[in-house]
Design a protein around this ligand. Structure first.
Ligand code: COA
Length: 503
């Protein structure tokens, strides 16, 4: 059933074993660095084998919980199954799984939410502790040991370098034609030994096509045959299209003003329905030869590559629906020279984001009238997903655009509030806020000027008068000052929701 030819290296063929045998290398309380970024390139069989191992150990009252590091979020077959048996002690650097989220918010799992560009330097600097073992999905292994990476790169390079041991999963559902799409950069170092990263365009290749792993570190090779799992996107709804229209108008305005070239600047786009609507708006708007320097390659980008709207996409992972994945695999020869997959410390690197002048477009949970953005916590306390790469791009890019519907939960919650209940992106990093109501361009404005623009352009009519009332009273109070607030009222909207179910 398995294509044995995918493991051509004779030394590694000797290490082929089942997932059940391979998990004998993983012990209670160990730290495991797994591949995986969004639903792409995560190990498909070791997590389930770990679940079985934990269950059987627990029958004889022996504990089994691991610390789990990945590239970013993964899939129910990794985060979901391990969280469901309370098998994760500590998780980093990003997750979006409902079971995992519940465990974190119940205080049963520690979660360290890190800027994705920083994970590898934190690991190298020793801030995260020791990495015992890496479990990495790959597409194939050549006879001379060269390893073709899988559908995501994420932190794989760092994990295999840092871990004492490596388990490889060779997945025959990943196309061998991914060979040549990766660009693994081996020039990083810790300060003070760093050199400039010589990447000046999203299409530049600065590294190797293969993932290097010292062969003696590889203790097990497991063959798998399972597809990546990424959910399908809904067609853009009216709100997403309205948000996209505001952004497209803004781009046209910036081109007219000479502040953006007609090919824009490299785009970074979060995943989801709103970013997908923006991408399709760009394509329909006749843009040509755009580039993307982003984290994930999503459905809309394939169509844009086909139509010439996009010329190249640099990312660290795919995040394709099953239909888009089929289309990609059928036409992979067309896409090969237009897609580059890099490790996440390069795809999200601050130096590169600043040099390229990235246009960053990400979602938010709430924004306040002064332009601070909360991307991660519901009502100040409950984690949703994590900061991901949004901070890498927002602070270092040329334009940081944050987008959201202006209300949620049928109007019980306003996305624009007097004061955010948690801050991920400060007023200094947020250039533009967009809702379906309109777009607030905050560049060059003082706090009081920003408040007027945010309320006028972005707030839903249900909440606009109350926001103006709050702002006017805050300005009039003796404590008004530079960023006017009424402290005992600033978070009262959240308190109202927690007590009455309505802000
Ligand atoms: N208060 C309470 N709940 C809120 C809320 C608010 N202000 N805003 C949104 N929500 C809820 C929604 O109701 C929804 O709940 P549900 O799942 O029960 O329906 C949930 O949060 C998600 O909201 P949605 O509007 O579907 O958001 P999304 O899928 O566009 O994601 C973020 C928005 C902010 C959660 C997401 O973009 C994210 O995780 N961002 C951080 C990381 C990031 O930016 N990554 C990309 C760049 S690398």
């Amino acid at each position: 059933m398995f294509a044995k030819s995918r493991i051509e290296c004779p030394q590694l063929r000797k290490k082929i074993m089942s997932a059940e045998e391979a998990v004998s290398f993983i012990h209670d309380k160990q730290t495991v660095g797994m591949s995986g970024f969004t639903g792409a390139g995560y190990p498909k069989s070791i997590p389930a084998a770990l679940v079985e191992k934990a269950k059987s150990l627990r029958v004889s009252n022996q504990p089994f919980r691991i610390n789990l590091w990945t590239g970013a979020s993964t899939a129910p077959e990794l985060d979901g199954v391990l969280a469901a048996i309370d098998g994760i002690n500590m998780r980093l650097p990003y997750q979006s799984d409902p079971v995992c989220r519940q465990q974190i918010n119940d205080g049963l799992m520690d979660y360290v939410d890190i800027h994705l560009s920083e994970v590898s330097q934190n690991a190298w600097s020793g801030f995260l502790g020791k990495l015992d073992i890496a479990v990495i999905e790959v597409a194939a292994i050549h006879a001379d040991g060269r390893i073709i990476p899988s559908s995501s790169v994420g932190n794989n390079k760092t994990w295999v370098e840092q871990a004492d041991m490596v388990i490889l999963e060779v997945n025959d559902q990943q196309s061998v034609k991914l060979e040549g799409m990766h660009d693994i950069y081996y020039g990083t170092a810790l300060a003070p030994n760093r050199k400039p990263i010589l990447l000046t365009s999203p299409s530049d290749r600065i590294g190797e096509k293969y993932l290097s792993i010292p062969i003696e570190k590889i203790v097990a090779v497991v063959e798998t045959s399972a597809p990546d799992r990424n959910s399908a996107f809904n067609p853009p709804d009216q709100i997403s299209n309205q948000i996209a229209d505001h952004i497209l108008d803004f781009f046209s305005h910036e081109i007219k003003k000479g502040r953006l070239p007609k090919e824009l600047l490299p785009i970074q786009s979060g995943v989801g329905n709103i970013p997908n609507a923006v991408l399709s708006g760009l394509e329909q708007g006749g843009y040509k030869n755009l580039t993307a320097y982003t984290e994930v390659i999503q459905d809309g980008m394939l169509g844009m590559l086909k139509s010439g709207s996009l010329s190249v996409v640099s990312a660290t992972a795919f995040s394709l629906s099953p239909q888009a994945l089929d289309e990609f695999n059928e036409n992979i020869d067309f896409y090969r020279d237009k897609i580059i997959l890099r490790q996440q410390d390069i795809s999200n690197h601050p130096e590169i984001a600043r040099r390229l002048g990235i246009i960053a477009m990400n979602g938010l949970i709430e924004a306040d009238i002064y332009g601070n953005v909360n991307s991660t916590h519901i009502m100040g306390s409950r984690i949703m997903n994590g900061i991901g790469g949004s901070g890498d791009f927002a602070r270092n890019g040329y334009l940081s655009i944050f987008m959201t519907p202006s209300i949620c939960k049928n109007g019980a919650i306003s996305a624009i509030v007097p004061m955010v209940s948690h801050v991920d992106h400060t007023e200094h990093d947020v250039k533009v806020i967009v809702t379906e109501q309109g777009l607030a361009d905050l560049r060059g404005l003082s706090p009081r000027q920003r408040a007027k623009v945010v309320i006028e352009k972005c707030a839903h009519p249900l909440f606009k008068d109350r926001l103006y009332d709050y702002f006017d009273r805050a300005c009039a109070s003796k404590r008004g000052m530079h960023t006017p607030h009424i402290l005992n009222e600033a978070l009262s909207w959240h308190h109202n929701f927690e007590t009455n179910g309505q802000m």
